[in-house]
Ligand binder design. Structure first.
Ligand code: DAH
Length: 340
């Protein structure tokens, strides 16, 4: 029995030495000191011994147990400490390491331009409204006085989804929506995306942005149109900017015009930006056609209005000297980051 006790002690010693985890240490504890442990069994079997033997063996068993308990305790502590140290080592951070660069985004030049233009009109009392990019043919054409034979209705110019649904070719659709929803006074702008079947090149893109404007009230005249848009041009391009209105045709306005601004690069002398003319075309506009007002059941005897449509990319290209519209859509950060 004493030999057995020695074996248990030696075995426990060597096993504890090899143990690396708390689980392994505990396993040894159970194996030796547990309810069915080796040492427990021996203590239990002592009743069969003679009184002398029992005394000697009992003493020895107790000292073996004390020794093993001491070793277990020590090993538990050692394993715990080692685990903590390993964790600290794994979690160690080098406080002298330089910080990671935080990549702060920049606004896209098209967004910047929309915001700049919107701000000018908001300061003049316009509200911002929006309409969907997927539109009815009615809102894109018929409601805007563009009859069934209007050339822009052609399948080759417009992305049709069904016969009656298309990707809007102009933000003028929001005029129809606004007139149907709201009675005068109306004073809104509507920025948004528009779509046309164009092959991309330096000045064309099948997707681009416009900002629509619509004012309807009693006694609105061409003078209001000119005053508003002249003031807008001066706020956007500088106080010395001059404007000029050239007659044009749009189905939804009568009369219609295109507005040119004096070249903000050369001041009107003629340069590369204005192609030598001193003027730059900036928007289409006109007095709202009575047929359009009628779509919103607006009394055309009482109310008149004006409307305009600005090409956002065009303004952005002119302002920032961008010579290819496709640069706006490539998402090349070397291009975008220049607008910080
Ligand atoms: N929708 C026209 C276009 O895409 C632009 C335009 C012209 C809008 C005159 C207007 C306007 O509201 O009055 O070419």
């Amino acid at each position: 029995m004493q030999a057995q006790l020695n074996r248990i002690l030696e075995e426990a010693k060597s096993q504890l030495q090899a143990a690396e985890t708390l689980a392994q240490v505990d396993e040894i504890r159970v194996k030796v000191l547990g309810k069915k442990g080796q040492l427990t069994e021996i203590l239990r079997g002592m009743g069969k011994l003679s009184p002398e033997e029992r005394k000697v063996t009992g003493q020895m068993a107790n000292s073996v147990r004390a020794e093993i308990e001491g070793m277990l305790e020590e090993k538990f502590e050692a394993v715990k400490k080692a685990a903590k140290e390993a964790q600290f080592a794994a979690e160690k951070i080098d406080v002298t390491e330089p910080g990671k660069d935080i990549n702060v985004g920049v606004k896209h030049p098209v967004t910047i331009t929309i915001e700049e233009i919107s701000k000018v009109f908001m300061n003049m009392g316009f509200s911002i409204v929006e309409g969907p990019e997927v539109e009815t043919v009615f809102n894109n054409f018929d409601g805007l006085n563009a009859g069934p034979n209007h050339p822009a209705r052609d399948m080759t110019d417009t992305f049709y989804i069904t016969e009656d649904i298309l990707l809007r070719t102009q933000t003028s659709t929001v005029q129809v929506r606004t007139l149907q929803k709201q009675q005068p006074p109306i004073k809104v702008i509507a920025p948004g995306r528009t779509f046309r079947c164009d092959t991309p090149d330096a000045t064309h893109s099948p997707m681009f942005h416009q900002i629509e404007g619509l004012v309807v009230d009693e006694g609105i005249t061409m003078a209001d149109l000119k005053g508003t848009l002249d003031s807008f041009a001066k706020q956007l391009f500088g106080p010395e900017t001059k404007t000029k209105f050239r007659p044009h045709h749009f189905p939804f306005t009568e009369p219609s015009a295109e507005m040119d601004v004096s070249c903000f690069k050369c001041g009107g002398k003629g340069c590369r930006v204005c192609k030598g003319s001193g003027w730059i075309e900036i928007l289409g506009c006109g007095m709202v056609h009575p047929n359009v007002l009628k779509v919103g059941n607006i009394d055309t005897e009482k109310y008149t209005g004006f409307a305009f449509g600005i090409g956002v990319e065009r303004v952005a290209m002119l302002k920032y000297g961008v010579d290819d519209i496709r640069l706006f859509y490539e998402n090349d950060m070397r291009f975008i980051n220049q607008f910080k």
